[in-house]
Design a protein around this ligand. Sequence first.
Ligand code: XIL
Length: 342
Amino acid sequence: KPALKTLLSPFLVGAAVNQQQVDGSLPQDAALLQQHFNAVTPENMMKWEAIHPAPETYHFAPADALIEFANTHSMAVTGHTLIWHSQAPDWIFENDDGSTVSRTTLLQRMQSHIATVAGRYKNTIKGWDVVNEALNEDGTLRASKWQQIVGDDYIAEAFKMAAQAAPDAELYYNDYNLFAPDKRAGAVRLIKSLQAQGIRIDGIGMQGHYSLTHPALQEVEASIEAFAALGIKVMITELDVSVIPFPGEPEDGAEVSLNVAMDESLNPYPDTLPAAINQQLAARYQDLFAVFRRHQNSLSRITFWGVHDAQSWRNNWPVKGRTDYPLLIDKNRQLKPFATTL
Ligand code: XIL
């Protein structure tokens, strides 16, 4: 049986995984991981709210299970993610009386979190998404609580703290819509500024939450080239290709509101994907991989955001409760035949 990690070589081939897929509760998914992938990223297990839900509480068991699984099966682990505005509990930013913490306090909390989490896995995690989604669509820095309380240098501080905690781990910046020219330019500015300050950054992750028509291939390609020119590793992280248009298929960079009310027309293929649409999905994946392969000297890893269609987050984003078909392994856990053509 063909394995994705062979078919898609020389890329490292990753999947986002959840605890049950690596702790023995879902042996069929564990078998798929072993057969097809040589890299894993925790889909949620290492996000701040999951691994550090309360000031004095760290919840390491799920992440430890992932590391053990990955070690047993010789898979590279990407840590995801240290500093992000989302899935970060409110207490991080608040004093006991509910007021907003000072810059100094927030830097201390960052430091302690990064030292504890990245430090614990310093010999077992290959690379960290140190900062996730810090940019606006226009390339400026997002006004997250991190940015508002610490200032623009929270990113530089996070990378310095991560380098200290895990000196041998690679350090990455990760974001979505990095194909879009303004956001691409913002990422280039951010990385050049870190490099100019002598701060180590080893790579950039381009989240690939795509659709059949969006984004344009030339834009993806231009961003891979721009990032590779900075002398860092480029990775396609979080790849999935939705076969369902976004509600009002967006202009470049349009904000998509989450959890739009469910409506029949937004779930066009609830049971099976028509062959003609699967053909479009195949063609889209072929086009994307033609770009990736042209740049295979710059691209080190392609990570899919999920193992198989049945548990992809795209069934719940940008609209909850749809049936989507975004990955290369179908909801019956079978490799899609077109995967052998990529
Ligand atoms: C998503 C997960 O897939 C969902 O299970 C969770 O409910 C929300 O987060 N960008 C990222 C990922 O960097 O961490 C997100 O993962 C998808 C968007």
